[in-house]
Write a protein that binds this ligand. Structure first.
Ligand SMILES: [Zn+2]
Ligand SMILES: [Zn+2]
Length: 367
């Protein structure tokens, strides 16, 4: 029962570096700060950071929960010395009620790994968040890719049972495996989650050494994800059941993937439409032109510009935007008239002649 004894032998306040009377808000704030600092994602291949991260998480598991924190404080106040003396008078004292020390601790904390004492039955796993960087084309078309992340996974050593390999969880003696106990209170009978097994119906006598009985461990893993067509920069995709494993046969949490989409050198996005800025010459704008325009799927299309096409005008190429099961977008082409810079002698003469014969006033409306 060494693993369980660690629970109260460890000074969780010291682990987080806070005072015993720190308010809950401060505990959470400190935990978040430390968790960010020591998260395996920020410290790849750093065993000591990973160990520290586990310690911080374990400490917050208890101190972050008001009722568990109170119980932890009580146990520590009762005197850890009474618990740490093996076989001495202290332990005799605790055997008096027919329960050994580990039973007492198990009751105090509802067994290792349960997130809240008295929460009967299965517990859903945590949600996990990860980010991915996508090429523009992949975001538009959808892609299957692999994602590397570090998160809680089922413990490899015990396959998530929390019991040392070769041993298994034992049926709880207090509730006979039912997970609930009845209490007679006058005319009423209440049933509540069994305090010994926190409603699991079983207890672990020999906790797994790798995960200390929790059934999960923090490990780097690779996840294959299908990114649907049409995701936008900053969009969060939910992958159901791909988060951290549940406890006590609970469902797994979800994996949220935040998509960072790399900008394309030509195309942009406006919802389901793709956008493109198309430079045209002064003469093309004046006289009109048929201009070959690139599309994202590689096959160019011809855009017909009428005479007197204005700079900044938008032209729609149907069906060349995002194509998803739900919608079909267009390609929106914005033309930009480019003013020529390096004129040849001949061009200059022609334009000077144009200026001389020009009669249209472009600013008539502002006079
Ligand atoms: Zn394990
Ligand atoms: Zn029980």
């Amino acid at each position: 029962m060494t693993a369980q004894r660690e629970w109260f032998e460890k000074d969780y306040y010291a682990v987080l570096g806070i005072n015993k009377d720190s308010p809950a808000k401060e505990i959470t704030k400190t935990y978040r700060k430390l968790a960010r600092k020591y998260h395996p994602d920020t410290n790849p291949n750093n065993a000591s950071a990973e160990e520290k991260f586990k310690d911080i998480s374990a400490a917050y598991d208890v101190l972050g929960d008001e009722s568990r924190r109170r119980e932890y404080d009580e146990v520590r106040r009762a005197g850890p010395s009474a618990f740490s003396g093996h076989g001495g008078a202290g332990s005799q004292h605790f055997d008096a009620g027919g329960q050994d020390i580990s039973d007492l601790i198990g009751q105090m904390f509802g067994g290792r790994g349960s997130r809240s004492r008295g929460a009967a039955g299965p517990q859903r796993g945590n949600d996990v968040e990860a980010s991915i960087t996508l090429e523009f084309v992949d975001a538009v078309r959808g892609v299957t890719t692999s994602l590397h992340l570090t998160s809680e996974v089922q413990c490899q050593t015990c396959s998530g049972s929390g019991a040392k390999p070769g041993t298994s969880a034992k049926r709880c003696t207090q509730c006979a495996g039912r997970g609930v106990v009845e209490e007679d209170q006058g005319p009423f009978a209440f049933s509540s989650a069994c305090p010994r097994c926190s409603g699991r119906g079983s207890t672990i006598e020999n906790p797994c050494r790798s995960c200390k009985g929790i059934g999960t461990e923090v490990r780097a893993r690779e996840v294959n994800v299908r990114i649907p067509a049409g995701v936008d920069n900053g969009q969060r995709i939910r992958l159901k059941g791909r988060g951290a494993p549940g406890r006590n046969n609970g469902l797994s949490g979800d994996l949220f993937v935040i998509c960072n989409v790399v900008a394309h050198h030509l195309f942009g996005r406006e919802g389901k439409n793709l956008t493109l800025r198309l430079p045209i010459s002064f003469t093309e704008a004046v006289l009109g032109a048929n201009i070959e325009v690139p599309t994202l799927d590689g096959e160019p299309v011809t855009l017909k510009l009428k005479p007197a096409t204005q700079s900044g005008s938008r032209h729609r190429v149907k069906g060349r935007g995002l194509q998803t099961a739900a919608e079909s977008g267009d390609l929106i082409v914005t033309v930009e008239v480019v003013v020529p810079k390096d004129l040849t002698k001949q061009e200059r003469a022609a334009i000077e002649e144009l200026a001389r014969v020009s009669t249209e006033s472009v600013r008539s409306h502002i006079h």
